[in-house]
Write a protein that binds this ligand. Structure first.
Ligand code: PHE
Length: 357
């Protein structure tokens, strides 16, 4: 028995993996293992012999079983240690900046605008770029004969003869998302919608596709004063200045009443734009109190709810903030331009870090 014990404890100690251990277990204490066979011999012994050999064999069996279990646990620990040693990863390391690939100024500015309005409780809404003329025009109080339809140089989608679906257009502004958001969410409501829009126009400051951000706030106690405050907060945060002066110029949009175009005080001294000082005015957006007919078209009672809306050119405010002279270059996919005007992909804008840092 002493020999058996020495043999198996030695083999177990030397085992390098689990399958060797399992073989040893079968060899020693398995059904036909050496110790099990010895136990069978107990029957042939005299009662006196059995009284000594029985407990001793059982003790040996226990000892081998616990040596097997201990070795199994030790092997598992060693395997884990080895994995931890080879598979470690320092999650505190800074990201590795890619040398190629930057965020387009439009993406950057959309993120900046979103961060600023999010802080004021606006969520981001979306709508389709191909929409029906009802959402793009009629629901916004621009009926079929209205001159605004012609002014917007609308792209209409071709319809095959006999196609009875409503006419579709490439949306000429983000304002149809006002209607879709009212339908989907009801009032009160506070959303912005950044996105692409289309008009047939092309020169240094116009491209057939460009970007706007729509804003809409509906509640039971909203006035032009709220609009003015929100826009002032936005302009200060966006241009990263402490003070701005906004000028509300009476204007006309079919979907707002009253309507105002908003200019900011600026200077162009030395060809450099400075916001908040100087004698020039820069138009940045259209806005107004949402027309009751538009609120009703969105399925909301205009007797109860009113609100403001605005629409601003994202490409335009990107050009202004980052000194980009030609709008057309935004869409040329020129790598040198993208590297020059692009932003580091890992540097997401937020108010607390300073937006454009
Ligand atoms: N949709 C208008 C445009 O594209 C802008 C606007 C939006 C004006 C909302 C007033 C209110 O010119």
């Amino acid at each position: 028995m002493d020999d058996l014990k020495a043999k198996y404890l030695g083999l177990i100690a030397d085992a390098q993996d689990e399958s060797t251990l399992e073989d040893l277990r079968v060899q020693a204490v398995g059904k036909k293992g050496e110790i099990s066979l010895k136990m069978r011999e107990l029957g042939k012994m005299s009662p006196e012999e059995r009284q000594v050999a029985g407990p001793a064999l059982n003790a040996l069996k226990d000892e081998i079983n616990s040596a097997l279990a201990a070795k199994k646990a030790a092997l598992a620990d060693a395997a884990l240690d080895e994995r931890l040693r080879t598979e470690w990863l320092d999650v505190t390391l800074p990201g590795r900046p890619r040398r190629q690939g930057t965020l387009h100024p439009i993406s950057q500015v959309s993120e900046e605008v979103t961060a600023i309005f999010a802080e004021m409780g606006f969520s981001v809404a979306e709508g389709p770029r191909i929409d029906t003329d009802w959402y793009n025009f009629d629901a916004l109080n621009i009926p079929g004969h209205h001159p605004a339809r012609a002014e917007m140089d609308t792209f209409y989608l071709h319809r095959a003869e006999g196609d009875n679906r409503p006419p579709h257009v490439l949306r000429t502004h983000t304002s149809p998302v006002q209607i879709r958001s009212m339908e989907a969410m009801g009032a009160p409501l506070r959303i912005i919608c950044p996105g692409g829009v289309y008009r047939a126009d092309y020169d240094q400051t116009h491209t057939p596709m460009f970007h706007q951000v729509e804003g809409l706030a509906l509640d039971t106690d909203i006035s032009m004063a709220n609009l003015k405050w929100v826009l002032e907060e936005f302009v200060k945060a966006y241009f990263e200045v402490d003070d701005v002066e906004l000028r509300f110029r009476a204007s006309h949009f079919p979907f707002t009443e009253p309507s105002a175009e908003v200019d900011i005080r600026c200077s162009w001294e030395g060809g450099q734009l400075k916001v908040g000082e100087g004698d020039d005015w820069l138009e940045i957006l259209g806005s107004g109190m949402v027309h009751p007919k538009v609120i009703a078209a969105g399925g909301i009672d205009p007797e109860v709810y009113q609100g403001f809306a605005f629409g601003m050119g994202i490409d335009r405010i990107a050009m202004l903030k980052y000194g980009i002279p030609d709008l057309r270059a935004f869409f040329d996919s020129d790598l040198r331009w993208l590297r020059h005007y692009g932003f580091a992909a890992l540097d997401m804008p937020n108010l607390h870090g300073g937006l454009s840092r």
